[in-house]
Structures are given as C-alpha cells and as structure tokens.
Design a protein around this ligand. Sequence first.
Ligand code: GLP
Length: 250
Amino acid sequence: METALANEYRRLCDDSAIHQPLAYLRLRRAIRNVIEHRDIEPGQTLPSERDLSRVLNLSRVTIRKAIAGLVEEGLLTQRHGAGTFVAERIVKPMSRLTSFTEDLRARGLHPRSEFSERGIGEVTPEESMALNLSPGSLVVRLHRVRYAEDEPLAIERSVVPASVLPDPMLVHDSLYEALEKFGCRPRRALQRLRAVSLGAQQARLLHVATGSAGLNIERRGFLDDGRVVEFTSSWYRGDIYDFVAELQTD
Ligand code: GLP
C-alpha cells in the first residue's frame, strides 16, 4: 500500500496536465485514487503519519491535512489509538448533490442497477404535485434495485418529466449522467428522510430480514430556473449506509 500510494503521489507530481500546486490536495487525490483502484481495501489501515511523511517526504502537517479532508468526506475513518482506516460502511455526506453512481465510484466500488420498471406514462396526481406538472403530462418512471458489486444497497423509484428526458431507454447506469446529456442535471435538491422498517418485498430485494431498519429518502431535484427534474423515493439498507450532515452556525 505504501508503495502504491508513493507511486501514485509521484505520478500526480509529474503529470503536467494536473495543475495542483498544493501538496495536501495532491496527496488527498492520490489516496482517493489508490482506494478507487483497490490498492487498499475497505477496513484496511492506512500507513501511519510518520511512515507517510518519511516515504513521501512531506511534513506531518501536510499528511494530517490531507487525511482530515478524506475523513470528513467519509472515505476514511479514525479510531482513537488504532489509526486511520478505509471506511467500510458507506458514509454519505448530505451537503453535496451527488448521484448513487458517483458516491459508489468515489469509494472504489462498482455500482450497477437492475430495472424492474423503465417506462413512460401519464403523471399520477401525487407525481404531478411533486413535479409541478399539469394533469395529463407524460413522465418517465424508473424502478431500480441498486447494487455495489453483487450487494443490494437500495431500492429507488424515480419519476422524471418526459419534457426533460424523452425516453427511459436513455438511462443505462446513471440517471444523472442521462440528465447531464440534456443539460438537465439537478442543481439543487430538497430531501426528506424517514426511518422505516423494511416490508417483506423490499427486504427480499435487499437481502435482509423483513422488518429490518431502513431509511426512506425522498428527493426533489431542481434546475436553476426552478423546474423540478426528478422526484425519487429511495429505501436504503440501514445496516450499510450512514448519512452525515455538516452543520454550521450562521
Ligand atoms: C441518489 C439519489 C436519487 C438520484 C440518484 C441518481 O441515489 N437518492 O435521488 O436519482 O442518486 O443516481 P444515478 O445517477 O446513479 O442514477
């Protein structure tokens, strides 16, 4: 791991296409890359500050600063007296509007989806309220089980106005990638979180026992002009996901 990280750090230093003069940001990127490439596995310990400082020829302050940012992002965790580890649970910062695909890739995991519905139809009264659409408008509906490798993590039901995404078949792995192509990726979102116990069907799809703890998140995603481009209800497994929010006083 030490060698992989040192090689990656040096590669970033030598790559003239990467204009990153700040050593701690370069190191942060190098650590993120070795996690993504699985040179270090979830649960494994990062070399100590002292060792990293020696191998990379960087000050301990720089190393500490690089690591602190990754702890905040949830990629690394620290246990007092035991060191710094690659996070095993999926820790999702609440303040950034990212997609499921991006969250998983950033942790070196391979996201995939299985669709149980991918169609187009007339908006229901509930959907028309959530998306600010008039009755009779067409919407694209995507029902997916979302996996990391072969492990199911969440069930998601997304509804998108057909005026934004004309064909459900345009969505392959990522809804946000498809919306991005039309310049309609949400720029802002409102989310509502509720603790739930997973029903029999949900539990079966998520490979957990009926009644297990889950988290239901409803997201409404908006464009800059105020249009609502997605209404998604997701059921996350409570045993795998941590959602972390940063709070600040004014
Ligand atoms: C998260 C959000 C959803 C959003 C999805 C997009 O899971 N909870 O509201 O639709 O990301 O992810 P992707 O682009 O991977 O389909």
